[in-house]
Design a protein around this ligand. Structure first.
Ligand SMILES: NC(=O)c1ccc[n+]([C@@H]2O[C@H](COP(=O)([O-])OP(=O)(O)OC[C@H]3O[C@@H](n4cnc5c(N)ncnc54)[C@H](OP(=O)(O)O)[C@@H]3O)[C@@H](O)[C@H]2O)c1
Length: 329
């Protein structure tokens, strides 16, 4: 990887939140990009990448996708698909990807997963970590990067927080809002992912990707609301269980409910990255502070008003208009 032999990279999950931001960054580095989707008809037409159809649940589709590639990004997840067997499916996907990548002679796999909590992980996080283990145990040297909340337009965890912060003038806070995490800007994640093609590696290794600050759920909501000059009233309610509060999220946020439910289940404890050694190793520039990342994301969303449809979005409009007056009254 250090002898300039990486010319072609495969991006799985290329239509997703991370994949969409990563593709242009790889092209900008002069790399040839092949992107995968299960629905070729929905692949974007513009952009300099090649699109192929591949489904990790159908290993026979992986050989042709991986052929001729030097490295691959694994950005696929089945979160929100429901059913107890999705964890088993994710393990199978990771195992077949690892062996097909070896068969195709790849030099490196880069996987973006989730941060390991100190306590017992939720089903979703446990599955993300198991995918990383399977890929790192395979024959192709693998870099696993672990992030908690990623701030950028289209991120589900961001969308939940911004909808809560901006759509409700007052809210009850479940206890899990006290859990702390270290949100990181999408731009920093994209840079970390592109650097992962170059990072010196013995075999399989994982690194955490902490943002520059540690914030509780409540602080995250307050900081987002402050971007719009709002100060929602927040009342702690210990009886609001993660299950009940994810039902409540269904009313307020435009985020996919099944995904939101799994994210909330992962937030019942702190999700704190261990260290920032990856950023030292890759000479990463200073990471973007939370407020600046939130500001940029709100500006990018405002330029794409599609998310402003529906009852909850109209409520946001009125909270935005009336909130500062109500708070002053
Ligand atoms: N979003 C975050 O805040 C966040 C935070 C920490 C870590 N991560 C990690 O980042 C990675 C990417 O997440 P994301 O938020 O970008 O996901 P996303 O927006 O939900 O996109 C998921 C992608 O997976 C693809 N996919 C799903 N099942 C597939 C299958 N069986 N075979 C092939 N492709 C399949 C989908 O492609 P098609 O539908 O086009 O086939 C889609 O592009 C995940 O590993 C996630 O754990 C994300």
């Amino acid at each position: 990887m250090h002898d300039d032999t990486v010319h072609k990279v495969l991006v799985t999950g290329a239509t997703g939140f991370i994949g969409r931001a990563l593709r242009p960054a790889l092209l900008a580095r002069g790399l040839g990009v092949r992107a995968t989707t299960r629905h070729l008809g929905r692949a974007p037409r513009q952009g300099g990448e090649e699109w192929v159809e591949a489904d990790l649940l159908r290993p026979e589709t992986l050989g042709p996708a991986l052929e001729g590639m030097d490295a691959a990004y694994y950005l696929v997840h089945s979160m929100g698909r429901g059913g107890e067997d999705y964890r088993e499916q994710e393990r199978r996907c990771a195992e077949s990807f690892a062996s097909e990548a070896a068969r195709a002679g790849l030099e490196r796999i880069v996987y973006l997963g989730g941060v390991a909590p100190r306590g017992t992980p939720s089903h979703h996080l446990e599955s993300r970590l198991a995918v990383g283990e399977r890929l790192r145990a395979g024959p192709v040297p693998t870099v696993e990067l672990r992030a908690s909340m990623i701030i950028g337009p289209g991120s589900t965890s961001w969308r939940i927080c911004r909808d809560l912060a901006l759509r409700l003038p007052a809210m009850v806070l479940p206890t899990w809002m006290r859990s702390r995490t270290s949100p990181i800007a999408l731009e920093d994640v994209v840079r970390a992912l592109t650097d992962a093609l170059e990072v010196p590696l013995k075999h399989g290794e994982w690194f955490d990707l902490p943002g520059p600050e540690v914030l509780s759920g409540r602080e995250i909501l307050e900081r987002i609301a402050a971007q719009r000059g709002l100060r929602p009233l927040m009342v702690r309610l210990p009886v609001l269980t993660p299950r009940l509060s994810s039902l409540w999220l269904k009313l307020v946020t435009s985020a996919d409910y099944a995904v939101a439910r799994e994210l909330v289940a992962g937030l019942t404890q702190d999700l704190l990255p261990r260290d920032a050694r990856y950023f030292e190793l890759t000479h990463h520039p200073p990471r973007i502070p939370f407020d600046e990342a939130a500001r940029r994301t709100l500006a990018a969303e405002a330029a794409q008003p599609a998310h402003r449809r529906g009852f909850a979005a109209r409520a946001e409009h009125w909270v935005e208009r009336l909130g500062p007056h109500l708070q002053r009254a």
